[in-house]
Design a protein around this ligand. Structure first.
Ligand SMILES: *Cc1c(COP(=O)(O)O)cnc(C)c1O
Length: 443
């Protein structure tokens, strides 16, 4: 499988390079040149979650030399989850389910991709007798998942930038209490968008990027998206409905784009709800066609406090007929003026699959409270945003709400809304008292 840049001015590269790369040299993001043929019926009904994921990622690799490694690492990765179903579905009521994506080592869905990506990267480096420095910006959960996945990998160093004071204590402690020698945490005095912009600048300095062998594990890495497509397909297989809608709490548009990829691979997905908090650049873009940067507001769902959604570029590429010249023009306009306008046909095509809704803080808290009262269930604020959006945008129909984090990652918000304190699972208790290690730098 070859990968091309959304901006069309970088040479196509193969799976192994995509595994180790950041953005394309022309500033675009890599996407597969064509969609692979994926025959879901060839995956036997009794296949484990790891087997299903391996067959999807292998379809995107289309490299026989990688098939065995993908299977081996997928089995090891999902064996670390604390539920044998890996991504269990919980029925909430008539035609409503919660897809629990928080059973991995750091209790958020980022583990699905990173537990698999890290050993694959390490193996690719080993085959090349090389090393890499992974640089990541995190709005909270990517950093923790990256720390857990990359700790002590022999040929990778990791530097994580997080926005100082804008992530929860649990999220920060998951990163800063690590004792692994190959990891370094930096608190940036700014927002997530500032941290992400710094990472993009590092990659844009090509001499620097080459000298330090920079690699990315943000959702600009295609393999993350491919791995995440698996839980959409797994949910479709389990529920076996003719059409399903998924409601996805969205920040960088990576997770919901993985839903689009699952649809391209043949999953019976009718609609994808792009659920945002008050940082609603995506909701505005889908409603009006104008994608315009706004002010970032800190909310109780910090992983979505984003006003520039990297992966949306991939969707612009898809909806503009995979025309790199159109994407180049749009991204140039956005870089110059902080705003771009989606072409009318592209907007129509986008709206065939995506619908969006913005959920404010009060409604998020009310949803956490209501779910607790009605179902005796604690949900985290990100999940609550998706739940509230699903109730408004898709009152009928079969809807799966993605639960992207465990409520114990956001104890203050959950307790404020319900009066009940979520219990931190055993595997995370040690971080509460362990010493922290991080540097603080100006933006
Ligand atoms: C990262 C994250 C999101 C947003 O996912 P994107 O892929 O950035 O859209 C939502 N919820 C939680 C808990 C997250 O960690």
């Amino acid at each position: 499988m070859r990968y091309v840049s959304t901006r069309g001015q970088s040479p196509a590269i193969g799976f192994e390079d995509v595994l180790l790369s950041g953005p394309a040299p022309d500033g675009g993001l890599y996407v597969p040149e064509t969609w692979p043929l994926f025959d879901a019926t060839a995956v036997k009904p009794a296949a484990s979650y790891a087997e299903l994921t391996a067959s999807i990622v292998a379809a995107f690799a289309e490299a026989p030399a990688w098939r065995g490694a993908i299977e081996r690492h997928a089995h090891a990765a999902y064996a670390r989850f604390d539920d044998p179903r890996v991504a269990p579905l919980r029925e909430l009521g008539p035609r409503r389910w919660l897809l629990e994506l928080f059973h991995g080592p750091t209790l958020a869905f980022k583990d699905f991709a990173l537990q698999l990506l890290a050993p694959l990267m390490s193996e690719a480096l080993e085959r090349r007798r090389s090393r890499a420095t992974v640089v990541a910006a995190t709005s909270g959960d990517t950093g923790a998942a990256a720390v857990a996945a990359l700790a002590n990998q022999p040929n990778i160093d990791l530097v994580v930038l997080h926005p100082k004071g804008r992530i929860s204590d649990v999220q920060r402690r998951q990163m800063t209490t690590t004792t692994a020698r190959n990891l370094r945490n930096v608190a940036i005095e700014g927002t997530f968008d500032d941290a992400q912009a710094l990472v993009k600048q590092l990659f844009a300095d090509q001499a620097f990027a080459r000298a330090h062998r920079l690699a990315a594990i943000n959702s600009i890495n295609w393999v993350r998206i491919a791995a995440q497509a698996a839980y959409y397909i797994a949910a479709c297989r389990t529920l076996d409905r003719p059409r399903l809608t998924f409601s996805v709490p969205t920040g960088n548009f990576g997770d919901v784009f993985a839903g689009y990829v699952a649809k391209q691979l043949g999953a019976p997905i009718e609609r994808l709800i792009v659920a945002t908090n008050v940082n609603d650049i995506l909701a505005r873009a889908i409603a009006t066609g104008v994608y315009a940067r706004g002010q970032v507001h800190a909310t109780m769902s910090p992983a979505m406090d984003i006003q520039v959604a990297s992966n949306f570029e991939r969707m612009l590429f898809e909806s503009h007929g995979r025309d790199p010249a159109a994407v180049r023009a749009l991204m140039a306009a956005f870089a110059a003026r902080g705003t771009l306008t989606i072409a009318p046909d592209a907007l129509t095509s986008l709206r065939r699959t995506f619908v969006s809704d913005r959920v404010d803080e009060q409604e998020t808290a009310a949803t956490i409270r209501r779910v607790h009262e009605e179902l005796k269930l604690l949900i985290d604020p990100h999940t609550a945003v998706a739940m509230a959006a699903a109730g408004r945008v898709a009152p009928d129909g079969d809807v799966v709400v993605l639960a992207t984090a465990h409520p114990a990652k956001f104890p203050e918000a959950v307790e404020a809304a319900t009066g009940a304190k979520p219990v931190l699972p055993e595997r995370l208790r040690a971080i509460v008292t362990a010493p922290e290690r991080f540097d603080t730098l100006p933006n």
